[in-house]
Write a protein of this length. Structure first.
Length: 253
């Protein structure tokens, strides 16, 4: 059984580095990654990237949040266009797994309407609670589009064979999850925002803004353990690491 994994860059954001590494100075330009997993039983999209409205009017889409970012997001970089480079249509996706429900990870959900959305129950509950949504920067326009939803609690095996597994990595948001994918070459862990940068994991250095620091530390320790057991870690927004990742239509070996 061959599992195929593809990486897609769906825009870039420039932001304050201290948001990712507490106490750091300066700015950082980061990729917005999405991933496609092809399994004999179906196709899985891990995160959907930015909403296409950000190509033309970020302020209208994000409101006051827009002032914290410089957004580089051109025509042809949205998730539907990226899938087209693989010869796929949005209706070819069977599962949309959101690591979490922030605008740069779930903003393209509306472009992938006819699939099952897989999200941690505690993430959905937080994002749809008015008070929690404000505290955690959730906007319902990004993620609530009437998908058939599968709300999971903790670890979840998508195909029941251990090859594509949602891993709870709480802390960045109340219900953040990462994804473990078993390739012929070994396990790959797509961390999402549980681990922004290589430096995050190597130094166990938390971002300035997060939901729960202790939960995030536990998640980082879990990722470190997987790494020590041989898994390759795909850091969520590390531009230096991302430069080494083959981009679709090339596949990750």
């Amino acid at each position: 059984m061959t599992i195929r994994l593809y990486a897609m860059t769906c825009g870039w954001l420039t932001m304050n580095l201290k948001a990712m590494l507490d106490g750091a100075e300066g700015k950082i330009k980061i990729p917005v990654p999405c991933f496609l997993v092809e399994h004999p039983k179906g196709r899985v999209l891990f995160d959907s990237g930015l909403n296409r409205q950000l190509q033309t009017d970020p302020a209208a889409r994000l409101g006051k949040i827009a002032r914290y970012y410089d957004i580089f997001f051109e025509a042809g970089e949205d998730i539907a266009a990226r899938l087209n480079t693989l010869g796929l249509d949005v209706d070819d996706i069977d599962y949309l797994i959101n690591s979490h429900l922030h605008f740069d990870h779930a903003g393209g959900n509306d472009a992938i309407p006819n699939c099952q959305m897989v999200v941690q129950r505690r993430e959905w509950d937080a994002a749809t609670d008015d008070d929690m949504a404000v505290k955690n920067g959730f906007m319902r326009q990004d993620f609530d589009h009437g998908h058939d939803r599968l709300l999971v609690d903790g670890e979840h095996d998508i195909f029941g064979d251990g090859s594509v597994v949602c891993l709870p990595t709480y802390g960045h948001t109340p219900g953040h999850q990462s994804l473990k994918v078993r390739l012929d070459s070994g396990d790959v862990v797509l961390t999402g925002d549980a681990c922004y940068l290589r430096q995050t994991l190597e130094e166990m250095r938390l971002p300035m803004i997060l939901h729960d620091a202790e939960e995030m530390r536990r998640s980082l320790r879990s990722l470190k353990m997987l790494q020590q057991r041989g898994a390759r870690i795909f850091y969520g927004h590390d531009p230096e690491f991302w430069a080494t990742v083959p981009q679709a239509p090339a596949r990750i070996e």
